[in-house]
Design a protein around this ligand. Structure first.
Ligand SMILES: [Zn+2]
Length: 94
């Protein structure tokens, strides 16, 4: 993934110079599963749950990403600032 000869910002595509003011975004989003699944609504609760998953049309990879998603990307300084602002909830006007 990391080709140092042509490293570019993941967000804006700007070339990242060697020794430049570059950043690495490392993000993990994990499902906050509390161990509780409500399958008591119907006698066939678990079967319906499995059927709904199958009907969702999501691939195995997409289903896995709903539980655990990890992203590692390189960024320029400006995009780093924008992402930090967004994460702090400061991106909205006013
Ligand atoms: Zn950028």
């Amino acid at each position: 993934m990391t080709d140092k000869k042509d490293a570019r910002c993941y967000r804006c595509g700007k070339r990242l110079k060697n020794g430049g003011d570059n950043y690495r975004l490392e993000c993990t989003i994990v499902a906050d599963f509390d161990g509780y699944i409500d399958i008591s609504d119907t006698p066939k609760g678990l079967e319906e749950l499995v059927a709904n998953i199958e009907l969702s049309g999501l691939t195995e990879e997409e289903l896995q990403e709903q539980v655990y998603y990890r992203l590692k990307r390189r960024l320029c300084h400006l995009c780093r600032d924008e992402i930090v602002k967004y994460m702090k909830g400061l991106n909205q006007d006013g």
